[in-house]
Design a protein around this ligand. Structure first.
Ligand SMILES: Cc1ncc(COP(=O)(O)O)c(C=O)c1O
Length: 354
């Protein structure tokens, strides 16, 4: 069956990568073993993780000043790992929506959080311009959420700060990035990187060796960096699959090419929404996410929209339970054809119900 998966994560996966995994799964490169069976200490797996790291570094332009870690526990564990590893007593957080709030709540267990900007009064429909964020000296790191997966807002420009920390779970690898302007970047894999179960952390090496003594070893950046992410058993299959996703992206032309495709896909959907009196986007146009597009129809018709969309093979369009409505996630692996199918369905539904 042919379907389009608009899930916010775990999400659509690049088809060529799925096919390659299916082909290689029983016998990895003639070893007679499945990649699922390889010891994380085997030379075969060491090559897999080294290749994955090298490809990720090439894609994002990560210099040797940074360690790249492949961890577990999701972005949620990083909400705690960041304050523990940076051993700060204070930090500044931007409250851009649901995910920023979770990061803030977790950080408050470890340090004093100064919320330096909040979208609350605007119902989280917009984001700050860089100059709207004022961080007092001595407030520690500045934490951002580059893309709010639930709210559907995405930062275009990042504020300048000498220690920027960003949760990039839902837009990493969707566009070129100046990694050098960040201290720590972290992301759960299950949107643009690979399978759920893997968490990528990119940390500037001068930030290592400051962790609080209570930091669990498995999330201690210094210990994991010293052990090449092999302090304990890493999510081996997820690292292998992420490596294939990175290779797919490189083959396609890298982040500049994928950014063009992502802009084209999002523009196609938002243009259709804006052209219609039936649908609308609640988000300020300048801050609309290219990855997650929430949209509304007349509320009484939304359940029927979702039911018929699902029957038409357009899956997982239900908005997050906290905001309702619809949400189309348009990650790297969603082809333009999927967005065209959605827009065609939307036009048809409006024609019959508008
Ligand atoms: C922006 C953002 N941050 C954090 C998380 C939490 O990630 P995880 O479930 O991997 O802990 C998510 C999950 O969707 C997310 O979208």
């Amino acid at each position: 069956v042919s379907v389009w998966n608009f899930s916010a994560g775990p999400a659509v996966f690049p088809k060529p990568v799925l096919e390659r995994i299916a082909f290689e799964l029983p016998d990895w490169h003639g070893t007679g073993q499945s990649v699922l069976e390889l010891s994380h200490r085997s030379p075969a797996f060491e090559a897999i993780i080294a290749d994955a790291e090298a490809a990720l570094r090439r894609l994002l332009g990560v210099s040797d000043d940074y360690a790249v870690l492949f961890l577990q526990g999701g972005a949620t564990l990083q909400f705690a790992a960041v304050p523990l590893n940076l051993a700060a007593t204070k930090a500044a957080y931007v409250d851009s929506g649901a995910w920023a709030q979770k990061a803030i709540k977790e950080a408050q267990r470890y340090l004093d959080v100064d919320v330096v900007w909040s979208g609350r009064n605007d119902d989280y429909r917009r984001l700050p311009r860089p100059e709207e964020i004022e961080v007092l000296a001595g407030r520690g790191y500045l934490h951002l959420t580059s893309n709010e997966t639930i709210g559907g807002v995405q930062l275009r420009d990042f504020p300048k700060h000498d220690l920027l920390v960003a949760d990039m779970s839902s837009d990493i690898l969707s566009r070129p990035l100046d990694v050098g302007s960040f201290g720590v970047i972290y992301a759960g894999a299950q949107k643009n990187l690979g399978p759920a179960g893997l968490t990528v952390v990119i940390v500037r090496k001068d930030l290592l060796r400051h962790a609080a003594v209570t930091t669990p070893s498995a999330i201690d950046y210094t210990q994991q960096a010293a052990n090449g992410s092999l302090l304990n058993t890493p999510p081996t299959f997820a690292i292998y699959a992420a490596g294939l996703v990175f290779a797919w992206l490189e083959e396609l032309g890298g982040l500049e090419e994928i950014a063009l495709r992502n802009e084209e896909k999002a523009a196609f959907l938002y243009t259709a929404i804006d052209a219609s009196d039936f649908y609308h986007s609640p988000i300020a146009p300048a801050d609309r996410s290219l990855m997650n597009a929430p949209f509304r129809a007349p509320e009484a018709l939304e359940p029927l929209f979702l039911q018929e969309a699902s029957q038409a093979g357009l899956l997982e369009l239900k908005g997050h339970r906290s905001v309702g409505g619809m949400r189309a996630s348009l990650y790297n692996a969603m082809p333009l054809a999927g967005v065209q199918a959605l827009v065609a369905f939307m036009g048809d539904f409006e024609g019959r119900n508008g």
